[in-house]
Design a protein around this ligand. Structure first.
Ligand SMILES: Nc1ncnc2c1ncn2[C@@H]1O[C@H](COP(=O)(O)OP(=O)(O)OP(=O)(O)O)[C@@H](O)[C@H]1O
Length: 338
């Protein structure tokens, strides 16, 4: 690889892009605001997210990825076109002049791979590699991924939870569940609607989630102010909801995390078990920022639980580093246009 290399993580909630100068050059929500009448993308990223649930009927705010995969091909293509424009404004280079390394879900299907490949090749990309996202996350989290020891990474995003055991530059075993932080947001909105007769948007539900704790009894006196629409009167309303109200929803989220971690640990080779007990697991992804998560997971699996230094950045940073380790990595492949 002689050119500039960029590593790309196209997540359900955020797109992150790192250059091989080890610098984040793009980190924005995977969202676009689209004018259906004019068939035009108006805004992307933060500006588009700001517009969510505030626009007139002909303007829709879309998240084209769901559960870690592309749910709307055309909108993802339009979004990535704009992203390319932003990246070239920062780097002075177009995608076709760079080497791109893109993170994929562990176990991504051929159709998912083709969809991402088609989008990037249609943007003129000449040099493209796919790397398994968990391997990239392991590298970006600063774990010794090339050593023949157990590096267990748990990536908790908006659309999926994945856990992988990485050793000697490759994934030994992994598990993924395509339900994560977004699902918890939906559960929170549902509870507020059912129990308080108040309609709230998913943005609001997400902000409620950021104030919660894995064990709400530890913040029992905390109540959360929530603004929404009273379903009985139709008027705007502000309610105070005790944090403890959301324990069941949090427990569901935690149960999902535990099931994914357990299935990776259960299928790991016994030779690496002692290693896992000593070195533990590392949490990354925005969902790992739920307060109390590392202590809770430690209490369940009884091995040390660490936080990655920059949970939002591990995957993108790891992908940008991968160009330097191509001959020693296993779960990376060069992709050619169809
Ligand atoms: N303090 C916090 N507490 C709980 N969740 C948080 C916090 N901060 C961010 N999140 C959640 O992190 C998720 C976004 O994380 P991230 O950017 O890693 O996901 P993603 O890579 O876009 O998704 P995926 O990998 O699933 O495709 C969102 O669900 C967001 O609500």
């Amino acid at each position: 690889m002689g050119k500039v290399t960029i590593g790309i993580d196209i997540g359900t909630a955020n797109i992150s892009i790192y250059s091989d100068m080890e610098k984040m050059i793009f980190h924005e929500p995977t969202v676009l605001a689209y004018d259906t009448k004019k068939d035009k993308v108006l805004e992307i990223g933060h500006e588009a997210k700001e517009l969510a649930e505030k626009t007139p009927g002909s303007i829709v705010v879309l998240s084209p990825l769901q559960g870690g995969i592309i749910a709307d091909f055309d909108m993802t293509l339009r979004l990535m076109k704009k992203v390319e424009g932003r990246v070239s404004a920062v780097t002075g280079k177009r995608f076709k002049q760079m080497d791109l390394i893109v993170a994929l879900l562990p176990g991504a299907t051929n159709i998912e791979r083709q969809a991402i490949g088609d989008i990037l090749f249609s943007l003129g990309v000449k040099s493209l590699y796919f790397i398994e996202g968990s391997l990239a996350a392991t590298m970006g989290a600063g774990l010794p991924f090339e050593k023949p020891i157990a590096n267990v990474i748990v990536d908790i995003g908006a659309g999926k939870i994945s856990t992988s055991l990485v050793s000697y530059g490759g994934i030994v075993t992994s598990a993924t569940l395509r339900k994560s932080g977004d699902e918890l947001d939906r559960d929170i909105a549902q509870l507020v609607r059912n129990k308080y007769n108040v309609l709230i948007g998913l943005e609001t539900a997400e902000q409620v989630k950021w104030q919660l704790h894995c064990d709400t009894s530890l913040v029992a006196e905390k109540s959360i102010e929530i603004e929404g629409r009273d379903l009985v009167t139709g008027f705007p309303i502000t309610i105070e909801v005790p944090a403890t109200e959301f324990q069941e929803e949090i427990d569901e989220f935690l149960k999902r995390i535990l099931s994914v971690v357990q299935s990776t640990l259960e299928t790991s080779p016994p030779e690496l078990s002692g290693n896992i007990r000593a070195s533990g697991v590392t949490l990354t992804g925005g969902g790992s920022l739920l307060e109390g998560l590392s202590d809770w997971l430690h209490s369940q699996i009884m091995v040390p639980v660490h936080m990655a230094p920059a949970p939002f950045e591990s995957v993108a940073l790891g992908t940008s580093m991968a160009g330097e380790h191509l001959d020693r990595l296993i779960n990376i492949e060069k992709v050619t246009a169809r």
